[in-house]
Write a protein that binds this ligand. Structure first.
Ligand code: NAP
Length: 310
């Protein structure tokens, strides 16, 4: 029987592991199919405290992993397919290879995956002019045109943020009005640097000779007319999918599928804690995920102490 299984290896998961390992809980991390989480898909991280010159996202995650392992964290690379709380009070965690592991406590730190359009070359373009995080990557596109896809709060927020850097921010939306809250929509549309492109969708990403984003091919959904829009970066803001479905009824989720925490990182199931983007659709930052990972580990430590595990 494990003391603590942490599901996920983003900032929340590794920070939880560092704290739990230093508390002698010898946590086991189950890494899933995207080891390192969303930061492994970005380039330079300039806003994580402690790195005044910035740090590459993958390097930051490798450092977190090394720090977690230094104190005795074990990592296994298998995808969790189900979690069950048994009447005896502990959990059974099933992975895709059919293995069932028992544990007294669980921290879910599985993050959220940004949605993409499903265009053919988008995987190769991530980090080369295609991203879902203006806060992470906006500052790399100074005085050049960029575009944001989407019409919700995220799209408006990203577009407004990007006007600090970009020469023009095209806001490409498939309808003729924004879904975003009025205040965020009004703010975005009042910004002279933001140019809405209504009733349009991106049908192809066009690249230059280096394989970097050069333009987005747009189609007007009413006229079917196609145009190439020169942009150095496309910010996709069409929503995220929190990776929480495998938990079934163990957690309550909001209308977008994010886990509802009852207090701090606690969930409705005793002994099961949630940290980071799987439960946070508001901040979605590496540092806030790390903070929640720390909190979840401290909560798990308290929970286990009550059960006599020290
Ligand atoms: P969202 O509200 O679900 O909006 C997604 C947008 O993307 C919609 O405009 C949608 O178009 C569009 N879209 C979806 N699939 C698409 C596709 N395949 N092709 C083209 N467009 C597509 O997502 P969100 O903006 O990420 O917001 C999620 C939640 O977080 C919301 O509750 C939001 O209020 C909240 N949030 C709050 C803040 C804040 O308050 N500061 C900031 C960000 C997010 P349609 O409109 O046509 O459906």
């Amino acid at each position: 029987m494990e003391n603590l299984i942490i599901i996920g290896t983003g900032c929340a998961g590794f920070t939880a592991a560092i704290y739990a390992a230093r508390a002698n809980l010898t946590p086991l991390i189950l890494a899933g199919n995207m080891p390192g989480g969303q930061l492994t898909t970005t380039t330079e991280v300039e806003n994580f405290p402690g790195f005044p010159k910035g740090i590459m996202g993958p390097e930051l995650m490798m450092n977190m992993q090394a720090q977690a392992e230094r104190f005795g964290t074990r990592i296994e690379y298998s995808l969790v397919t189900g979690v069950k709380k048994v009447p005896a009070g502990h959990f059974e965690i099933t992975t895709d290879d059919g293995t069932v592991r028992e544990t007294r406590a669980v921290i879910v730190a599985t993050g959220a995956s940004p949605k993409h359009l499903g265009l053919p070359n988008e995987k190769q373009l991530i980090g080369r002019g295609l991203t879902s995080c203006a806060t992470c990557d906006g500052a790399f596109y100074r005085n050049v045109p960029v575009c944001v896809i989407g019409g919700g709060d995220s799209a408006c927020e990203e577009a407004s943020f990007l006007t600090k850097f970009a020469s023009t921010v095209y806001l490409i939306h498939r309808r003729d009005s924004l879904r975003a809250s009025k205040i965020m929509a009004d703010r975005a549309l009042a910004n002279p640097k933001i140019k809405p492109v209504w009733n349009s969708t991106v049908i192809e990403y066009l690249t230059d000779e280096k394989g970097e984003m050069r333009a987005a091919k747009l189609q007007n959904l009413l006229t079917k007319e196609e145009t190439d829009l020169d942009v150095k970066c496309v910010f996709v803001a069409i929503g995220h999918v929190p990776n929480a479905r495998f938990l079934g009824d163990l957690v309550d989720v909001d209308e977008n599928g994010y886990i509802l925490q009852t207090r701090g990182t606690l969930t409705k199931t005793e002994g099961l804690f949630a940290a980071g983007d799987v439960a946070d659709h508001v901040f979605r930052q590496a540092i806030t995920a790390a903070g929640q990972g720390c909190a979840a580990a401290l909560e798990a430590e308290r929970y286990l102490a009550v059960q006599g595990v020290h």
